[in-house]
Design a protein around this ligand. Structure first.
Ligand code: CP
Length: 304
């Protein structure tokens, strides 16, 4: 039985297969409508979500299956003190596959050790978010026609941004990738991410605090939210929250074929005036999330 805890649980070939399947689902949705009939997906969300939970649920419904679960810890027996291990032991007797989000890093590893069915990490604290990365890779491949030979700028909260950590891990396996890491000093990418996925592979990168100085080099600009929920102190959050705000003015020096991504939700970091720019791909990115999650469910349930 296969789980998806970390994006590196999937080989590059497996990711390419998932992208192919997602593209086929987009082109031929009717072929997939009964693929998961009588199958159940449990979505166990101990942290808030709009896109990840609802796209997983829509994905299973579009495959003909059913969904059950909870959207906040307060409405589950976690509120009474039940452990993740016990919750998963029980729910894996009710569902065929489980997608879970939890504020504690590593919670999905505990879950996988107890589960009778595949576990999908839908985000664990400030650690990883592999299905967001699959979404990002599908979007990039559809927008750019490739996943290699490009300069990828990651901007904002690179410290707590789990989507950033998973995307760096994934893209470091494609050739010709250069990373530009744009953040305030306090929100720099964690050392383990830099050492494991960038430095140890001799991947070209630069670090800067200036989006203005970096923007003209980028093929991809991955904006992120400064996450209030990860800060220990409100003063730091307030000081850093508006470090970067992408506006039409700032995009004047960007490439014509720049692809602007954001895992969403956004707060202030992309002005709504950018939404009508042809380079703004973040709502299309959110749409892609459902199709790649359909492909992932099929793979983990071993449905042909
Ligand atoms: N991108 C993302 O994980 O969004 P949600 O928090 O809405 O699921």
């Amino acid at each position: 039985m296969k789980n998806l805890i970390d994006i590196l649980d999937l080989s590059v070939d497996e990711i390419n297969e998932l992208i192919d399947t997602a593209n086929d689902i987009i082109a031929n949705p009717e072929k997939y409508r009964e693929k998961c009939r009588y199958k159940k997906l449990a979505t166990l969300f101990f942290e808030p979500s709009t896109r990840t939970r609802l796209s997983f649920e829509a994905a299973m419904m579009e495959l003909g299956g059913n969904v059950l679960g909870f959207s906040e810890a307060a409405s589950s027996s976690a509120a009474k003190g039940e452990s993740v291990a016990d919750t998963i032991t029980v729910v894996s007797g009710y569902a065929d596959i489980i997608a879970m989000r939890h504020p504690k890093e590593g919670a999905p590893v505990i879950a996988a050790s107890k589960s009778l069915v595949p576990i999908i990490n839908a985000g664990d604290g400030g650690h990883h978010h592999p299905t967001q990365t699959l979404t990002d890779l599908l979007t990039i491949s559809r927008e750019k026609g490739r996943l290699d030979n490009m300069t990828v700028g990651l901007c904002g909260d690179l410290k707590f941004g789990r989507t950033v950590h998973s995307l760096i891990a994934a893209m470091s396996r494609y050739k010709g990738i250069k990373f530009v890491l744009i953040s305030p000093e306090e929100l720099k990418v964690p050392r383990y991410v830099k050492e494991t996925y960038i430095k140890s592979k001799d991947i070209s990168y630069e670090q800067t605090e200036s989006l203005d100085e970096a923007i003209d080099k980028l093929d991809i600009l991955y904006m992120t939210r400064v996450q209030r929920e990860r800060f220990f102190n409100e003063e730091d959050y307030i000081r850093l929250k508006d470090s970067y705000i992408l506006t039409p003015e700032k995009l004047k020096s960007a490439k014509e074929d720049l692809c602007i991504l954001h895992p969403l939700p956004r707060v202030n970091e992309i002005s709504t005036a950018v939404d009508s720019d042809s380079r703004a791909c973040y709502f299309e990115q959110a749409r892609c999330g459902k199709f790649i999650r359909m492909a992932l469910i099929l793979k983990l349930l071993e449905v042909k």
